[in-house]
Write a protein that binds this ligand. Structure first.
Ligand code: FES
Length: 180
């Protein structure tokens, strides 16, 4: 399932920690990138084998954190913060845009496979609320009109932009940007 390159990337991460098990989070990111945005069962087994863990250990860590996807996701993972600052400043309207433009609610993927929507807790961008991420890239102070425009641009794009879901193996910190 996982390529030798991905397995080596996991070993490289293990070598960075005094306790190799501490690399499990990074290993799951690597597996998720390798598999196009989610971590299927064969990849869980491969991570466990490379790290000398039981698959159940890997599974339990993965299921604890919301950033690891258990099911296939769309080309664009849209994560809208619904915590206090964003809720007060218009997160609900952004969810409504997703429903209107893509026909999806939180936890769903659009019929065309382009968009998956997640409602997430604080993105640590409260000063730019309402905030969201698309494939790991921040957008802050997003109005419903800006989100509509952004979705239109993404629908028109044939290439997926570099992101934590399709970049080379480890998540780079992505620069924050305004929505428009
Ligand atoms: S409450 Fe939305 S980023 Fe903090």
């Amino acid at each position: 399932m996982l390529s030798e390159q991905a397995k080596q990337a996991i070993r490289d991460q293990m070598a960075r920690y005094p306790c190799s098990r501490s690399a499990l989070g990074a290993a799951l990111y690597i597996a998720q990138q390798e598999c196009g945005g989610h971590v299927p069962t064969p990849a869980i087994r491969d991570v466990a084998e490379v790290m000398g863990l039981e698959p159940a250990d890997v599974q339990s860590t993965m299921s604890f954190y919301v950033m690891y996807n258990k099911e296939p996701v769309g080309r664009y993972m849209v994560e809208i913060c619904h915590n206090v600052a964003c809720a007060v400043l218009g997160a609900r309207q952004l969810f409504e845009v997703m429903e209107h433009e893509c026909g999806i609610h939180a936890g769903e993927t659009s019929a065309d496979g382009l968009f998956t929507l997640k409602g997430v807790e604080c993105l640590a961008a409260c000063g730019g609320a309402p905030a969201l991420q698309i494939n790991g890239i921040y957008h802050e102070n997003v109005s419903p009109q800006q989100l509509t425009q952004l979705l239109g641009q993404l629908k028109a794009q044939s290439e997926t932009p570099a992101s934590i879901y399709n970049a080379t193996y480890l998540p780079e910190r992505t620069p924050r940007s305004g929505a428009g």
